[in-house]
Design a protein around this ligand. Structure first.
Ligand code: SAH
Ligand code: MG
Length: 945
């Protein structure tokens, strides 16, 4: 018989990029980025840094669509791949015509003929490897190839079957029946078995071919491969198995033995479940009723083949397709790359890592390589603060894992001058401001008439392109990337919530979509997606469903356990350097599994440097709580109840039997050891610098300078001077000041202030003087709630961002002490405007409805700007405090602020009260019972006179 491959549809001569160019020209924009390889399919050590090869991924942006390629070693491959995906998505016609089902049927016959030809057995096709290996099988089985192998290892054949019946995509086992049918026409050439599912060539291959294959094969070694056994009964645990395959055996027979069969005829094979370069598949038992009825003639090509038998819920969830009976997860097979059998170990740990990687939170955890990473952070603030895979990448990965099309991102650039909707409309109409997102924070800034804002809309589509879910957040961002990441995070957060609430009825989850700006177009697909099932069967019976949900629940209930910290001990000296909201603490930790009373401890995960952002839910809540109580250099020890098995196995390096049995025992707990290595930058400062131009602190200084200039003051006290930023800044301005003093209770702040001022003043005088006329600067240690009698008679007092660091009654006391004892002509007090936190802390501004209905709730959900703040006042609270204080002491008070504007909600970022005394002091007023002398920390006097 002549072996000629029938090439059905002619392949296009143009490359995918060329086709995209034809269609879009310069409107197609390719962006290639460097990436690290996805970790969960590789089985890397959780703690071993990978030095993988440099890989590239390409994002192709077209007017209505943006696609992302897989990762490639070469940039140009990534670009071609992105182009190919886009062509596929857009349905651009690249081929002549799809074959009709009739033509496909014929091509199928010639393809099968080709597969069993002499030419094919020596070529480098994965199937050829199988054919060669089956020649070593004994007796009748010699040369017989399991049908499932032919069905699943030849893409061409698969595509032809898809032309016959598109349902093949969702029910790949249909391919087997089409092959059976095609083979029936080839009975002079091929033998099939009705009882067993195999095909064999009738005439033996020529002797010379056999001989050369023998030589080649003889050089191959015996191999040992670790695989994972997933029993169909959920009561039995997942176990590691070792496949011993000698050079004279067909590997599928060995897998069949492991599943309890004599040979591979009854073994079915799933699609590849790992990364494309691996051969990770599930091998499982063909159920009895699966044998297709060959006598029926498949008249319309619309028949469906159901797998009846005991559904393996864990394996089904894992594979996203129905898997029956016991299953083996192994990474083994023939590839185009080499004629030798390719294999990699699949450990229990890898199994759990892959499982974890199916949920949005799990993907995030894996990308952070840390079990202490939260399921998914609640907020995307900025690229710099986001650790681990970015939300958009996680979403793409999620879609790939769940056999969906790549998500579609579309942008709606919005001109600030024209039709904005929702929140932006409101802000834009109210006049001067638009919402922008600088480094992930939203701020109000003066309107630029030409500025563009972005909204991002995300569509999730099924494999076949049906719309499943649409997420259209109302928020606008100044940067396109912020819009994508935040929209992606919205979708992911909803999906993650669904995964975590697996036990809830779907209808209940469905009610939550509005909060996430999500519309669902196919409830069924979503439900199946969450159930980890492909839609092709729909035959899950009640028992299956319940068991199934249970097993998933067990797999993802980690956060629902509500871990409670037990016997917390913090050791080591207090250094005073503490994390606060928004800062980036870096910890070293180890987590162990401990069996109570038995002195048994197994280290699950050790991490030398783990950095996270405080206050955005980037780390599991109980760890954040503990770290917030620590200062740099301290150690914390505590324990919690057990983590989920999935997480423990995914993290731990050993598949130890001991651990497994420990887990079953109820007397286990997790023990944590954490040390706080460092804390990066105070958050408030960082925020003030990043969001305001000039930085808010500079604006406060400028505000003070203005007052000083107007007042012609010659002496100034800075109450709560901290590290001396105001005093230092004042040296740069030409004011009327002659003498300045700073007071603070913090030794550390004062010594920093002394250092800064010293270097500035010494350097400046060496260089020939400074801008100011300042003759003396003194730093005092003391509490500003006490009267330091050395400081009476000063003209002006400043107290910037200090009162919120004291308890409210102390702040009131300071006010009274300042105005009744110090009695400066002018006192300037600034403090954060709590209402402004809505702008600082929400990724989006409130919408109109929100503003009216739950303005309070929104505000209540805001955190203080700095962990050290004891309170933050609203405008009303501040006004009340300042007015009462002024009235008590016969001062006038005026209000102002910096950052934002008084007329635009929610007012200034920093609110400032300026108290003024318009009466003269009498000389005797400074006699007081409770006089107090502050102690001098540092002093400088000008040598020039
Ligand atoms: N005014 C500075 C520092 C603000 S931080 C600036 O604008 O940069 C707040 C400062 O208030 C800290 O340095 C803290 O030590 C100080 N502080 C808090 N309570 C105090 C008190 N009772 N007496 C003096 N200083 C106090
Ligand atoms: Mg403060």
């Amino acid at each position: 018989m002549e072996a000629r491959e029938h090439v059905a549809p002619k392949k296009p001569i143009l490359t995918p990029k060329a086709i995209i160019h034809q269609n879009f020209g310069s409107r197609a924009c390719y962006v290639v980025e460097e990436v690290k390889e996805a970790p969960q399919t590789e089985c890397p050590g959780l703690n071993i840094p990978q030095m993988g090869p440099c890989l590239y991924r390409c994002t192709l942006q077209l007017p209505e669509l943006s696609v992302i390629s897989g990762t490639f070693r070469k940039k140009k491959d990534a670009e071609q791949s992105a182009a190919e995906i886009a062509i596929d998505k857009l349905g651009i016609c690249t081929e002549t015509i799809d074959p009709t089902p009739q033509e496909a049927q014929e091509s199928l016959v010639s393809r099968i003929t080709f597969i069993f030809s002499e030419k094919f057995v020596v070529c480098d096709h994965p199937l050829s490897g199988h054919i060669r290996a089956t020649l070593w099988r004994k007796g009748d089985l010699c040369g017989s190839i399991p049908l499932s192998v032919i069905a699943f290892y030849d893409a061409k054949l698969f595509n032809l079957c898809k032309c016959i019946n598109p349902e093949v995509e969702s029910n790949p086992f249909l391919v087997i029946s089409y092959i059976m049918r095609a083979t029936a026409n080839l009975h002079q050439f091929l033998a099939t078995s009705e009882r067993h599912l195999w095909i064999r060539r009738l005439s033996p291959y020529p002797q010379d071919i056999i001989e050369s294959l023998m030589k080649e094969h003889g050089s191959q070694k015996c191999i040992q491969v670790t695989a994972v056994h997933i029993p169909s009964s959920v009561e039995q645990s997942i176990e590691a198995v070792t496949l011993h395959i000698s050079s004279r055996e067909y590997y599928l027979d060995i897998i069949a033995n492991e599943l309890g069969f004599e040979d591979a005829s009854n073994v079915l094979i799933s699609r590849n479940l790992g990364k494309a370069s691996s051969e990770t598949r599930l091998f499982f038992t063909a159920p009895k009723s699966y044998l297709p009825d060959l006598s029926s003639k498949f008249p319309n090509g619309k028949e469906t083949l159901y797998l009846k038998g005991s559904l393996n819920v864990r394996a089904s969830y894992f594979a996203g397709q129905d898997i029956t009976g016991d299953a083996i997860l192994a990474s083994i097979g023939y590839t185009r790359k080499s004629r030798d059998l390719f294999y990699e170990d699949v450990t229990i740990r890898l199994y759990y890592r892959m499982l974890l990687g199916k949920t949005p939170g799990g993907i995030y955890k894996l990308s952070r390589e840390a079990m202490l990473a939260s399921e998914l952070p609640s907020r995307f603030t900025s690229r710099a603060n986001w650790r681990g895979s970015l939300p958009r990448d996680i979403l793409c990965m999620f879609c790939r894992q769940h056999r969906l099309s790549e998500p579609l991102f579309s942008f709606h650039p919005i001109k600030t001058t024209s039709g904005l909707s929702g929140s932006c409309l409101k802000v834009a109409e109210s006049g001067e401001n638009v919402i922008e997102c600088v480094n992930g924070f939203s701020v109000t800034s003066p309107k630029h008439s030409d500025s563009e804002l972005f909204k991002c809309e995300i569509k999730l589509l099924s494999r076949c392109g049906d719309l499943i879910l649409l997420c259209s957040p109302k928020d606008c961002y100044k940067k396109q990337n912020d819009a994508i990441q935040n929209a992606s995070l919205k979708v992911l957060s909803w999906l993650n919530m669904c995964f975590k609430s697996m036990i809830l009825p779907f209808e209940q989850l469905y009610e939550t979509v509005d909060n996430f700006n999500i519309q669902i177009y196919s409830k069924n697909i979503i439900r199946d997606l969450l159930a980890g099932q492909s839609t092709h069967n729909g035959q899950l019976n009640g028992i299956h469903c319940n068991k199934f949900v249970e097993s998933i629940y067990m797999n993802s209930s980690y956060d629902m356990l509500g871990n409670i910290v037990d016997s917390l001990k913090i050791e080591g000296p207090y250094s005073g350097v503490c994390p606060s909201s928004g800062s980036l603490p870096c910890i070293r930790y180890s987590v162990s599994l401990a069996v109570e009373g038995e002195n048994l401890k197994e280290v699950i995960e050790v991490c030398d440097e783990f950095e996270f952002e405080v206050g955005v839910g980037a780390v599991v809540s109980y760890v954040e709580e503990v770290v917030m109580q620590m200062s740099v250099g301290q150690y914390a020890y505590f324990s919690t109840n057990l983590l989920s098995t999935e997480l423990i196995f995914a993290a731990s390096a050993g598949d130890s039997v001991k651990m497994l049995s420990s887990l079953i025992s109820k007397k286990c707990c997790m023990e944590y050891e954490i040390s706080l290595i460092r804390v990066a930058e105070p958050p408030e400062e960082r925020m003030e610098q990043a969001l305001f131009s000039p930085p808010l602190s500079k604006q406060r200084v400028e505000f003070a300078v203005q007052q000083i200039l107007e007042s012609h003051a010659s002496t100034l006290i800075d109450f709560g001077c901290g590290s001396g930023s105001l005093l230092e800044a004042l040296l740069n301005y030409p004011t009327s000041l002659k003498k300045m003093a700073g007071v603070d209770i913090s030794q550390k702040g004062l010594s920093r202030a002394a250092k800064v001022l010293n270097s500035k003043l010494v350097t400046n005088s060496d260089a020939g003087g400074h801008l100011t006329s300042i003759k003396s600067v003194i730093l005092y240690e003391g509490s500003i709630t006490n009267f330091g009698s050395q400081l009476h008679g000063f003209d002006i007092g400043t107290c910037l961002e200090v009162i919120e660091h004291m308890d409210e009654d102390q702040a009131c006391l300071f006010g009274d002490v300042a105005l009744s004892f110090f009695r400066p002509r002018i006192l300037i007090v600034s403090t954060p405007n709590f209402e402004y936190n809505v702008v600082l802390q929400k990724s989006s501004p409130p919408t109109q409805e929100q503003e009216e209905s739950d303005e309070k709730t929104l505000l209540q959900s805001c955190k203080f700007r700095n962990h050290d703040h004891k309170f933050e006042w609203t405008r009303e609270q501040f006004t009340q405090w300042a007015s009462d204080l002024a009235a008590r002491h016969n001062y006038n008070v005026e209000f102002g602020g910096v950052g934002g504007s008084a007329d635009v909600e929610p007012g200034y970022a920093s609110q400032i009260a300026v108290f003024k005394r318009d009466w003269k002091l009498e000389d005797d007023v400074l006699k007081h019972a409770d006089e107090h002398h502050y102690s001098i920390i540092w002093e400088w006097n000008s040598k020039k006179e």
